[in-house]
Design a protein around this ligand. Structure first.
Ligand code: ZN
Length: 222
């Protein structure tokens, strides 16, 4: 006999999965302190997004450290006055509303922050020729050039979310796996949490390889 998980069970399971992501990303140095946010689509109709609340330490998340948002970014649960969505939640909502996106993960690693500044004038970080690129969904060969856009950081998240929504609605091919925010960090997504986590891991590996290569060569390469 199969048992069907109730919405409450599903929400708790989703929170547990995101807690595990937080513990791992903190341990690996990608989500230190209260930085970063993680979200998971728990229902498509109606749209429901479970997301880390503002100001929570990512090394020790608990089920109480999440809020649920609707498609407008409005919080639909108020089980705990302590838990409120962060300003960046609107970027998660804008991304997760896109068909085929089941989870959105955001990190603040040293290498993402460093490279987002080093290549800011170029508008993008180009990653080319690495075997690990095949960890991105749909890429079958190392012979690939991935363009990861570097978007200006802002505290006006609502305007940035509106811009992203327009680009997603237009199926902008530049926004396939994620983007960098200047001097801030990485957003990446996937059809489910496992794929989003893998995309973060692949990008963070590639960022570190590029950064360390530049350091060892002592010069910027093109
Ligand atoms: Zn951030």
């Amino acid at each position: 006999m199969t048992t069907v998980a109730s919405p409450i069970d599903r929400s708790a399971q989703s929170a547990d999965a995101l807690c595990a992501v937080g513990a791992e990303f903190h341990r690996r140095g990608w989500s230190l302190g209260t930085s970063s946010n993680y979200s998971l689509v728990t229902s498509r109709t109606p749209f429901r997004l479970l997301i880390t609340a503002s100001g929570m330490d990512k090394s020790s998340l608990t089920r109480a450290d999440f809020v649920t948002l609707d498609e407008h970014g409005q919080q639909i649960d108020n089980h705990d006055d302590r838990a409120k969505p962060s300003a960046e939640a609107m970027l998660h909502v804008a991304t997760a509303r896109r068909p085929g996106v089941g989870a959105v993960l955001h990190t603040h690693s040293v290498w993402a922050t460093t490279l987002s500044d080093l290549y800011h004038a170029d508008g993008a970080l180009f990653i080319e020729g690495y075997e690990m690129l095949k960890g991105l969904n749909g890429i079958k060969t190392h012979d690939h050039r991935e363009r990861l856009e570097i978007i200006d950081n802002t505290q006006d998240i609502r305007t940035l979310a509106q811009k992203l929504t327009r680009r997603f609605d237009a199926n902008d091919p530049a926004l396939t796996y994620g983007f960098l925010l200047h001097k801030h960090g990485l957003y990446a997504w996937g059809r489910d949490l496992a794929e989003a986590r893998r995309h973060i891991e692949i990008f963070e590996f590639l960022f570190e390889v590029i950064g360390r290569t530049l350091m060892l060569k002592g010069a910027r390469t093109r």
